[in-house]
Every structure is written in C-alpha cells, then in structure tokens.
Write a protein that binds this ligand. Sequence first.
Ligand code: XMP
Length: 515
Amino acid sequence: KILILDFGAQYTQLIARRIRELGVYCEIWAWDHDPAEIAAWGAKGIILSGGPESTTEAGSPRAPQQVFDAGVPILGICYGMQTMAAQLGGRVEGGHHREFGYAEVEVVAQCGLLDELKDHAGSPPRLDVWMSHGDRVTALPEGFRATARTASVAIVAMADDARRWYGVQFHPEVTHTKSGEQLLRRFAVDLCGCRTLWTPANIIDDQIARVREQVGDDEVLLGLSGGVDSSVVAALLHRAIGERLTCVFVDTGLLRWQEGDQVMAMFAEHMGVRVIRVDAAERYFAALKGVDEPEAKRKIIGRLFVEIFEEEAAKLRNVKWLAQGTIYPDVIESAGSKTGKAHVIKSHHNVGGLPEHMKLGLVEPLRELFKDEVRRIGVALGLPREMVYRHPFPGPGLGVRILGEVKAEYAELLARADAIFIDELRRSGWYDRTSQAFAVFLPVKSVGVVGDARAYEWVIALRAVETVDFMTAHWAHLPYELLGTVSNRIINELRGVSRVVYDISGKPPATIEWE
Ligand code: XMP
C-alpha cells in the first residue's frame, strides 16, 4: 500500500484514484497527520502531493521527518518535489513566471522512475506533460541528479536512485500527461514493489469478511434510497449476511417514475433481499401542502424521512447495526486540519435522530472507496450497469424540481415527462454524454392548441448538463432533432402539458437544479 500525503492540491484525489486503478491500495492523509502513525502504517511507498502554497514562505507545510526515515521510495509531485528539495538541502525560488498547461519536457538523464518513458520518436526522450506551478527548484539536494528539463526550467524532475527518492514538477496524475499512468505504475509497482491486488473481486471478498467479523450474528438495518451507494451496500451486505440484513425503502412519491416498483423488483424479488417498502407519498404531499419556499421544502422532506425511518427502525427489535453508504471522499481528512474531517453522515440517510436506546453501531463497507470503485464493485456484484452508472438524483427528489408548492398531480406529470426525456437520451446515446439530465415542472399555464381546442396548460422545462465536479457546469448541446422528439412525446403522451422548453443556462450563475 501507498500513502499519499496531501498538501492541499485539487489533484490529490486524482493521484489516489490513479494509483487505485493500477490495482494498488492507497490512502490520503493530511501532511500534518500524526507522524507516529505515518511511521507505523507500513506504507511501501509515499507520495507527496502538490499544494497551493509556496515553500519559500515561512510556516508553509513540510513533510514530517518520518517520511524520510521510513526507508521506502518517495515521489514528490509539484509542491511535493519542492518541499523535498527545500527540506533536504536544495533550493526553491519563487515564480518568475507561472507555468500552466501543456509542456514538452526533455529527459536529460535516465533514472529508475523515468526509464523507458518516451512520448516522441528520437533522442533524447521527450514527454508531453501537464504543468501547474509558480515556484521552481533551482538547486538540488545532495544525492540528487536533475533528470528532466524544459526550455525555461532546468530542473523539472530529480532523482536519487540510491534512496529511490524522486521528484517531478509536472502532474503525472492528470490524463494530459501522456505517460502519467506508466510513471505512477513504475513508482508504485516496480519501485515500491506493491502488488496489484486491489480489484473489484478482492475488494468484495475482503469487505464481506470484514462485515461478517464486525457484526457477527447481529442484524443490520439499511436505508435503501435507490441511489448507487445504498444499492451497492445492500447488494454487498446481502452477500455477506443474507437474511440478517433488513432494508427500509421510503417511497416519498417524489422519486423517479416507477422507481419504487423497480427497487422492489430488483432487490426484493430478484435478489431476495428483505426490503420493507413504506408508501409515504400521501404523508409527503400532506406535509408539503401550501409550502413553496425551496429550503422549507427541503427541511420538511428531510425531517419526514428521518421520522419515517425511525418509526420503521423502532419496529425492528433485534437490529444492532446501521449500514450507511458513506464513501471515501466523504471521510478524507482535509490538509491542514489537525483534527481531521468530522465524521460525515450523508444528509439523505441522516439518521441522527434514531432512538437513542437503539445504540446502533455503524457499518460502512464503502468507506474506503471512490465513486468509480463503488460503481465497479456494483457491477461485479451483479447490479445492472444502467443503474450503477445512473445520473445523480437529489435527496429531496422531485420536491425541488416542482417549483413552488408540491402536489401529487404535478409529481406524476413531472415523473412521466422525466421518464420520456431519459428514455430518449438513452436511445440516442446521449445519456452517457451528459452528467445529469432531468425535467422540471413549471407551475405556470400557457396557451396552446391541442386538436381544435384551445388548451391552457402546464410547462415542462428540460435540463441537461455536462460537468466533472458539479460545481460548475455547461448546458449540454443536445441535437435539435432529439429535443424535438422529446417535446413531441411529452406533449402527445401527457394530458396537461402543452409546452416544453430547454434550459440553456450555465452554472454559474444558474445552479443545476431549479430550486
Ligand atoms: P446545484 O443545483 O446546487 O446542484 O447546482 C449540484 C448537484 O447537487 C445536487 N443537489 C442535491 N443533492 N440534496 C441532494 O442530495 C439536495 O438538496 C440537493 N440539491 C442539489 C444536484 O442534483 C446536482 O447534482
């Protein structure tokens, strides 16, 4: 296993995902994590990440001495290389100009890390890399050689083959660096000697053994939402403890079209998981009556979920454990916080209000996994691909896609319009080219002509976005023919809708959801 010490770069999680993709287990710890634990963890190699700060400033982060005393290979990336240089007796200077984006680097000396890497014909070997830095190393620490340069920077990579310590100024973890994967494999597998055992099949076997050991003969409760994470937890726990898993699925009436039936068909009927379905639609519509403010709606929906979940949990006397779909990005400690990140309980599964006397222990089998790993083990557990690779769906569901007051009649129209949109996206191959797509119900009436009669009916808006992190997003340039088909189908198949519009707003300033 590899330890990644985080200096706060936005790419740190990407480093971890790339290492995991090689089949090597790794964890991300903050640079100021307890050094004794770093020494004791037994990493076969340590990666120092990039970071936003400058080693030339007083008080900037440093790698603890234990990293250099561990006797294992070290790879410093960007800030990681700079702090290695600064700490080991070299020199780092502030940026005369920033280098950002593509660069071609020339490998000027072979070393254990860059050996065999080459993106262009000819000699010396040259690599296409991605740079993002202001500072640069200007003098090497003792024992190091410069192994790569660009036209403007003399030391773009450094190596000490005797100690197997390496630094690269560029970012091997981003796909723009062509030989990045090869470089990371060279480090983790060849230099550190890690075996590539982190595969979906092994992760599943390992988690099943751990869950069995953790819960023994006890019973476990899980809130199944229909989302990817809780579905994968259900499949995994069912395999681990079978009948001793009970899932509670709350049908809020604000889910996707026929989602409740689909969840029951897949988990209860097909897989034989014990699922208690609570049909709570009427309770939700009653609680939301007359409420049109978005945050108020969110609160009501969230609170009601906890209430219903609690009621069901209270009926199950023998349950000792609560399973949750917490994933690794929820628990990674952030760099620079001595305390680490507080344990996050996902809001939709928020069971903070569970009866105190139940004193449930937590079972979180996905705690070490990134989303892409969760998806891969979901497929390996036999869940359908199209379910595992589904677009995200917000916890409050259609509650925030019906603008203003939520009514049963609106929810049904919206769910059906949404299903038509998604169906056409899948048929045309556009579903996987968008990150999130859905319909929105606008409670305004517009005039139309249906047949010979004048109609005065509701409006449906379509939203489709492309995004990597959901923090910023572009509206998807869906083909006009596709939009036309969707519009025709919605207007023809749904009584009560006579107008369909397409949302062409980016985020920012518009958010992805309308509320
Ligand atoms: P916005 O609308 O903020 O959405 O651009 C960004 C992403 O977050 C999802 N979203 C939510 N998810 N509870 C959730 O679980 C919520 O209240 C909520 N609001 C927005 C949204 O679907 C998008 O993927």
